[in-house]
Design a protein around this ligand. Structure first.
Ligand code: DQA
Length: 156
């Protein structure tokens, strides 16, 4: 059933250790906290007429369950699975359940870093990937998803 406000809903998932953004390796991940990122996304989403839900977990299974839960309730997903990007077949398989735009975001440019970070197990099941643009990557992902949802509803 559609939401009472009928506003599109977008989920933002943050993986392990991203709850320490701001203090965790700021030279790599920047000084912006997770709360700041979420607040900016929510404020921007509000201006653009979409509802933003955010979720952070350090547990792979919780992330899988968060993905499974949105198949019918949300219209887009932004996901930074953090270290699970490079290891999680379970998260990849869960993403395959969704029929909506999915943008993979990484704050750092993983391709400039250690070789084990060059491989993402989810890139080819996402609509696109944004890396290395810091917290701005989330906003760009949001803009893409909102425009895609609008285009879909115009042609429906
Ligand atoms: C990250 C990159 C991953 O390799 C790392 O494990 C993270 C954060 C990023 O946003 O740059 O925790 O996903």
């Amino acid at each position: 059933m559609s939401d009472i406000t009928d506003r599109p809903r977008i989920l933002v998932i943050h993986g392990p250790n991203l709850n320490f953004l701001g203090t965790r390796e700021p030279e790599t991940y920047g000084a912006t906290t997770l709360a700041d990122i979420n607040e900016t996304l929510q404020r921007t989403g509000d201006t653009w007429g979409v509802d933003i839900d955010t979720f952070q977990s350090n547990h792979e299974g919780m992330i899988v369950e968060a993905i499974q839960a949105i198949a019918a309730s949300h219209q887009g997903l932004i996901i930074n699975p953090a270290a699970y990007t490079h290891t999680s077949v379970a998260i990849r398989d869960a993403l395959l359940l969704l029929k909506m735009p999915i943008v993979e975001v990484h704050l750092s440019n993983v391709h400039k870093r250690e070789p084990f970070r060059h491989k993402s197990l989810i890139s080819d099941v996402c609509t696109g990937q944004i890396v290395g643009l810091g917290s701005m990557g989330y906003l760009l992902a949001l803009e893409f998803i909102v425009k895609t949802i609008r285009k879909q509803s115009e042609s429906a």
